[in-house]
Design a protein around this ligand. Structure first.
Ligand SMILES: C[S@@+](CC[C@H](N)C(=O)[O-])C[C@H]1O[C@@H](n2cnc3c(N)ncnc32)[C@H](O)[C@@H]1O
Ligand code: SF4
Length: 385
């Protein structure tokens, strides 16, 4: 019986990649696949340590997600070992979502079938674009054909919950190319589509090129125009958006991400993985070797942690809920934080009156305001109220 239990999500960070993409600041390393066995020993030890440390008897496992980096660089038997240990942490939910990220061209049909047999039931494919020159610009090592064949193989392996990731607003990308990428992905009929505007992250090659003036990012108005067009097109094509970057056929929203965004507890394992548990956020050291040696000597790879104060939690609720299409439930907000946002932030709500609406007791951003979600949230998030 799960009735009195709370949901828990688990995240496993797989930090290995075959090549580093120019724009990516996620923790991943190239040419270190020989360390996979040692990485596995460390992560298994980290999970076992958590099993001893935490009382998870009041939780059930709702979602598990293997992200990266590149999880398909782990053999099915390795993922199987990890899953078996993870499932010892707490009681399994009835209809657990177990997802993994796959890079196009990197998982054989045989491996995909084996992942499916392990219980993995959702796959997200990092297609990014179908335009050769954009894939080259981003240093992606796959071709459009590999995205198609990987998608076919994922279907052949029996996955019924499949997502495709696309990136837009890439320097050199025309509006027609963005339209073409979206049309092509919609034609493939995945259950879920993520669309990310290319962001310049510090420490990446893209950041260095932009800073040196070698590359110019697209104008904000062009980026926003591509976003608005994409969101409308996906809506009309049967993929309503449920979050700023995420669109799904009804019933196929990514539960794992929704859990992050709605404040459900989660535990992360592996280098650079984050956890949020019992009002405390912690993060593991972002270095594979240091993570492995810390785990082996002390059983934890934690770099630091912080308790989430009432005002931090309030701000996070505004930030994450306004990114969701369903918006911020004003009654829930007032019950938790004893604050009537309509009064305390009346001036800000007036300022953004043409971008916000209140319907069904939820504060929502309307069409034409989505691209400004971060600005609107940050105005509402001030620490004093
Ligand atoms: C970090 S990747 C991990 C999964 C897999 N390795 C892949 O490349 O798809 C997850 C998603 O984040 C996207 N991403 C990473 N950095 C980004 C950036 N700076 N701007 C936009 N999307 C980004 C990736 O392209 C991918 O779709
Ligand atoms: S985008 Fe994916 S494949 Fe590229 S470096 Fe980042 S994690 Fe690796």
């Amino acid at each position: 019986m799960l009735q009195n239990l709370k949901p828990l999500s688990l995240y496993i960070h797989v930090p290995f990649c075959k090549a580093k993409c120019t724009y990516c600041d996620f923790y991943s390393i190239v040419g270190r696949e020989s360390s996979i066995p040692a990485y596995l020993r460390s992560i298994l030890k980290e999970i076992e340590q958590k099993t001893r440390e935490l009382d998870l008897s009041r939780y059930y496992l709702d979602t598990i997600f293997f992200g990266g980096g590149t999880p398909n660089l782990l053999e099915p038997k390795h993922l199987g070992q990890l899953l078996e240990t993870l499932l010892d942490l707490a009681q399994a939910g009835e209809n657990m979502e177990i997802g993994m990220e796959i890079n196009p061209g990197e998982a054989s049909l045989e491996n995909l079938k084996a992942y499916k047999a392990l219980g993995i039931n959702r796959v997200s494919i990092g297609m990014q674009s179908f335009q050769p020159h954009l894939l080259t610009f981003m240093s992606r090592i796959h071709s459009a054909e590999k995205s198609l064949s990987t998608y076919d193989n994922v279907r052949r392996a029996g996955f019924q919950n499949v997502s495709g990731d696309l990136i837009f607003a890439v320097p050199g990308q025309t509006r027609d190319e963005w339209v073409g990428d979206l049309e092509r992905l919609v034609d493939m009929q995945p259950e879920h589509i993520s669309t990310y505007s290319l962001t310049v992250e510090e420490g990446t090659a893209l950041h260095r090129w932009v800073k040196a003036g070698h590359i110019k990012m697209l104008e904000e108005s062009v980026d926003n125009g591509m976003y608005d067009w994409g969101r409308d097109f996906l809506e009309k094509s049967g993929y309503p958006s449920y979050e700023v970057s995420n669109h799904a056929r009804p019933g196929f929203e990514c539960r794992h991400n929704l859990n992050y965004w709605t404040g459900i507890d989660y535990l992360g394992f592996g280098p650079a993985a984050h956890s949020y548990f019992g009002g405390r956020r912690s993060w593991n050291i972002q270095n594979l070797d240091a993570y492995m040696s810390d785990i082996m000597s002390s059983g934890t790879g934690e770099a630091d942690s912080e308790m989430i104060s009432q005002s931090m939690a309030r701000n996070e609720m505004i930030l994450t809920r306004l990114r969701l299409t369903q918006g911020l439930n004003l009654e829930e907000f007032s019950m938790i934080y004893h604050e009537d946002l309509l009064q305390t932030k009346n001036d800000i709500l007036k300022k953004w009156a043409d971008k916000l609406v209140i319907s069904d007791g939820h504060l929502k951003i309307i069409h034409g305001g989505w691209a400004l979600t971060d600005e609107i949230s940050s105005d509402l998030m001030s620490l004093t109220h």
